[in-house]
Design a binder for this molecule. Sequence first.
Ligand SMILES: [Ca+2]
Ligand SMILES: [Ca+2]
Length: 280
Amino acid sequence: TQAVCAVGMFELQIHYFENPLGLLQNGDCCDLQAGGGQRCSARDQCDTFFKACLKEYQARVVPSGPCTFGLGSTGILGGNSQSLRHRGHDGGGRGEDGAIGHIVIPFKYAWPKSFSLVLEALDYDNDTSESGEDGQLIERVLLSSMLNSGVQWQTYRHHGRPLTLDYRLRFRCDSNYYGPFCNKLCRARDDFVGHFICDPNGSKVCMEGWTGPECKEAVCRQGCHQTHGNCTAPGECECHYGWKGPLCDQCVTFPGCVYGSCGEPWQCVCDVNWGGLLCD
Ligand SMILES: [Ca+2]
Ligand SMILES: [Ca+2]
């Protein structure tokens, strides 16, 4: 079995981008220049894709350097401009992937809330002769921000030259992880270790019939005597030695006691007009 170490995932969705002139950051055309020389070709537009580099919070984001928290990229999302629709506004099932402008970066540590992000729009080129780089830079977004964990998206807009961009971010805890930092583990179970589910804060909530801090103490039948009865499964009432009855609140008389009763186990207190050891 694989060790489960991830506590959550950082998610980025590209919503919309617009690069009306089809330019790179350096002012050149992504691809072909149109015949006249002034404009970039409308036919061979930019082949725009995005790369995200997530790192620890930096007051001034350094665009180079390692992506300490992880990295990811989208596929080619279209030409110069594109508006993307994402299935399910807030649901966001796990089926979504980079193909539609969705980047998921699994996160293995407690989510620190503050982070820095280097998000680059790049133009993909078919001819690999260019260089070792995987694309030419169209726009670079440098963001330092705070993000609370949850299913809610936080929306951002970048107004750049040449590209304007709408995107949104969220950080979601993996299943079994809870809390603002996604580092509180709670795994629902129903066995001898405990009988509980987890609430939205990751606290144990005992299943019906179970109690105690670990939810492994059974709740006995209602009315079951606190000291003379006991149970190992919910709703039961098992009597201690010398006690009987559905609620274990009746004492057992001395063996052979005929016309007598008890206040304590093993007594034989004779009824009126009866006598003897066995009241017979
Ligand atoms: Ca192109
Ligand atoms: Ca291209």
